[in-house]
Design a protein around this ligand. Structure first.
Ligand SMILES: C[S@@+](CC[C@H](N)C(=O)[O-])C[C@H]1O[C@@H](n2cnc3c(N)ncnc32)[C@H](O)[C@@H]1O
Length: 267
């Protein structure tokens, strides 16, 4: 098993998360996994695939350890960015989802997602949404603006669309997933409240959501909190034990007690 970067929380290899609403799949490449699924196997895909290498390579940040001088930290990203042929995933995502396909991306990738989705059908690319990072680190080189936002490519198979955001929406704000790096499960972890907001805006209670690039399982945690079902998996076998450990800790020990009722959202 590839160890998690030292600054991150470590998995307990013996942890086993068991809940009827979440399946943590065996490690698999997303494309191969999707190709094995039937049409319309899930209600939605909400996923966070790798961005482009260009973004990953500059993903270092200034870190402010308590009481010490600021330090430059690499985020230990251990996966390759999306290449041109990786957008072959898009037709598969649209095929397996009965409704929405949301894919996080760098703003530079909107055009690639759009081309890939429109090759399936012109209506399949629906919207480019923006997520503003409220705590993005300063640009340490000082020679260009910092990376203050990322995107979400919103796609849908041809047909009627509905979402829960009425006439508004289209952008989100998010702080870092954790105030302190030592509390993070994954180097590119999303904040669970951002994932909850997407789940609430695009899905219905009890819907089934797939995330084939699940990392530490934030999508699954958000689905549990909002009474949706999830299937999650990742190519890197290191993240399965992390997902089990995290969901045992954060769902079983923490969130499960705070969610009001089987039909209701969390406080
Ligand atoms: C941006 S991270 C997801 C982080 C996740 N949203 C979280 O909150 O923890 C992308 C993940 O995709 C995985 N990955 C990279 N290439 C993949 C592939 N071809 N198939 C499936 N997973 C892949 C990486 O191992 C990584 O954990």
């Amino acid at each position: 098993m590839t160890p998690a970067p030292a600054a991150l929380r470590q998995a307990d290899p013996s942890a086993r998360f068991a809940h009827p609403d979440v399946r943590i799949a065996a490690p698999a490449a997303a494309l191969a996994w999707l190709r094995a699924l039937p049409d319309g196997a899930v209600d939605h895909v909400i996923c966070d695939p790798p961005y482009v290498d260009d973004v990953h390579n500059h993903a270092s940040s200034v870190w402010f350890p308590k009481g010490k001088a600021p330090r430059r930290m690499h985020r230990d990203i251990r996966f390759a960015g999306l290449r041109a042929d990786d957008y072959a995933i898009v037709p598969e995502l649209l095929r397996v989802a009965r409704r929405w396909v949301l894919a996080f991306c760098a703003l530079e990738q909107f055009g690639d997602y759009k081309r890939a989705a429109r090759a399936v059908h012109p209506s399949c690319y629906v919207r480019s949404m923006v997520v503003r990072r409220t705590q993005s680190p300063p640009q340490i080189t000082g020679d260009r603006p910092r990376q203050a936002a990322e995107g979400i490519a919103v796609m849908h198979r041809p047909g009627r669309k509905r979402w829960n955001g009425g006439g508004g929406g289209g952008w989100y704000e998010t702080p870092r997933a954790h105030a302190h790096k030592a509390d993070a499960w994954h180097p590119t972890e999303k904040h669970v409240n951002l994932m909850r907001a997407l789940v609430l805006d695009f899905t219905e209670p009890r819907d089934l959501v797939l995330d084939p690039y699940a990392g530490s399982g934030t999508t699954a945690l958000a689905c549990l909190i909002e009474n949706r079902r999830a299937i999650v998996g990742d190519l890197d076998p290191a993240w399965g034990p992390v997902m089990h450990t995290r969901l045992c800790e954060e769902w079983d020990r923490d969130w499960a007690k705070r969610v009001r009722s089987p039909e209701g959202a969390a406080p």
